[in-house]
Design a protein around this ligand. Structure first.
Ligand code: FAD
Ligand code: MLT
Ligand code: ZN
Length: 463
């Protein structure tokens, strides 16, 4: 260990796993953006909250910045370490700690994967309802730090709704126990909620107590083909008013082509401009009849051109794959991602403005749209053509994102619906948050992290 600071850390905490090999620095220094060159000082993998506290105290003495790290499935560069930071990975702190049947809560260490949380809830006949395609590798700590959304927000809300308590190591190495699983707690500022979505800038989440709920009634999954963009929100309004929706997701034909090339099976013949995967309660005959009636009405109106209802769990999974595999199928192209939201009522007008803007600004560039349209959340993925070098491509995308931020401001929307600001979007934060809000956020950060040691440069530009 050539760095004397690390030698001292290893000496004072001999039980700590400390990695400095070049491939470990690469592996733990980046997230799914793969835009920045990883350059961390080292990686630590603590096994207990006491170890986390000790590492933070050491980092304060040495003035080394810390990047809290979960599954690094983040899409905004929040877990990137490109400036000599210490990556503090919660990977080994992945245990399910306790289930309480009366509180209907599950306590877990922050490094538990979302999938492990799902499984633990299921063992007790309950569900943890936040869900999305990175479930196998993202961590609950990362989900909380980004206030992750996903495919069930329309029914259950974001991660924020499901956190009953948090244990957090502060930037000075102390331990905060926040809300302690209470349902009701009207005793001043709720720091638990402040930690949710703080992207590792206010504290290191080491444990969480999560709310669980009853499984939903049996559901059906339907894939719809739509002739145009206007039909999207018309079908949504019809389905939402007649069915109990669990999910309503859309993607374009371009997105479908990538997923099919990635190995998924076509479920509807021909090519259609837009598709929707929707899931709804269908536990009894009347619910299933209502779904067929809604489909037929949409067909008659010309809002839907074709559709298929899954007849088995395997078919349902195959339909979901068409939506859920988009990110992975695009990943080799390292898309430039926008993850934006507007109020649901503003979606039609916003989509039109988007179409005009993106067609004008990316005339020769492939742009793939998909997302949680029922929540007002649109994912825009811009694919770099081989003819354009990386720097020129990013410059162009950033120019368009500035215009997009103005359009969002006009519609009262957000530059980050669910992925967080991280490194990718910090330049556009001011389009979504007022100058006063940003100044107050920075003030809050100084209270929680006076030395600016936690994830500097994320969310806000470096001070
Ligand atoms: P990381 O990427 O490791 O970190 C994310 C941020 O959280 C960083 O700022 C990091 O510093 C901070 N952090 C991590 N752990 C802690 C901790 N213990 N304490 C404090 N801060 C911490 N996101 C959605 O919201 N909805 C989706 O539908 C969705 N689908 C996805 C599908 C795929 C295929 C992929 C690859 C990603 C998807 N994501 C989605 C994005 C990503 O999975 C989420 O942002 C997720 O919450 C990140 O979790 P993570 O453990 O990987 O966090
Ligand atoms: C999704 O909805 O699939 C995710 O947010 C991932 C992405 O935007 O790529
Ligand atoms: Zn998403």
């Amino acid at each position: 260990m050539s760095d004397p600071r690390l030698a001292q850390l290893a000496h004072s905490l001999p039980q700590l796993r400390l990695l400095t090999a070049a491939d470990d620095l690469q592996h733990y220094g980046r997230d799914w953006t793969r835009r920045w060159t990883p350059a961390p000082l080292a990686i630590v993998l603590p096994a207990s909250r006491e170890d986390v506290q000790a590492v933070v105290r050491w980092a304060n003495q040495q003035q080394v910045a810390i990047v809290p790290s979960g599954g690094r499935t983040g899409l905004s560069g929040g877990a990137v370490a490109a400036n000599g930071e210490l990556v503090l990975s919660l990977e080994r702190m992945n245990r399910v700690l306790a289930f309480d049947p009366v509180d209907r809560s599950l306590s877990v260490q922050a490094g538990a994967t979302l999938h492990a949380v799902h499984e633990a809830a299921r063992e007790h006949g309950l569900i943890y309802p936040v869900d999305f395609a990175a479930r196998g590798s993202c961590s609950i700590g990362g989900n909380i730090a980004t206030n992750a959304g996903g495919i069930r927000v329309i029914r259950y809300g974001n991660t924020r709704e499901w956190v009953a308590g948090l244990s957090v190591v502060t930037a000075t190495g102390e331990l905060l126990e926040l809300n302690r699983g209470l349902v009701k707690n009207s005793s001043g500022y709720d720091f638990r909620q402040l930690m949710i979505g703080s992207e590792g800038t206010l504290g290191i989440i080491v444990e969480a107590t999560l709310k669980l709920t009853d499984p939903p009634p049996p559901a059906q999954v339907m894939l719809l083909a739509l002739p145009d963009m206007d039909a999207l929100m018309r079908v949504f309004a019809l389905f939402r008013s007649t069915l109990a929706l669990q999910a309503f997701e859309f993607f374009t034909n371009q997105a479908l082509q990538h997923v099919l090339a990635h190995g998924a099976q076509r479920a509807i013949d021909g090519e259609h401009p837009f598709y929707v995967v929707t899931e709804f309660d269908a536990g009894d005959e009347p619910a299933r009849d209502a779904a067929l009636a809604a489909f037929e009405q949409a067909l008659t109106q010309g809002w839907v051109s074709d559709g298929v209802i899954a007849q088995s769990a395997a078919q349902a999974a195959a339909l979901w794959r068409l939506r859920e595999d988009i990110t992975e199928s695009l990943a080799p192209r390292r898309p430039y991602k926008n993850d934006v939201s507007v109020r649901v009522s503003r979606v039609p007008a916003f989509l039109h403005d988007m179409q005009v803007l993106l067609t004008r600004e990316y005339p020769d560039i492939e742009v793939v749209w998909f997302g949680h349209i029922g929540d007002g959340n649109l994912h825009i993925n811009v694919l770099r053509p081989d003819t354009l070098d990386e720097d020129a491509f990013i410059t162009q995308c950033e120019h368009v994102t500035r215009l997009l931020a103005q359009t969002l401001q006009h519609h009262g929307g957000s530059i980050s619906a669910e992925h967080g600001i991280g490194l990718v979007k910090r330049a556009y934060l001011q389009g979504t948050r007022s100058a006063l809000e940003i100044a107050m956020m920075q003030g809050v950060r100084r209270v929680f992290d006076p030395s600016g040691i936690l994830n500097p440069g994320k969310l806000f530009a470096r001070d």
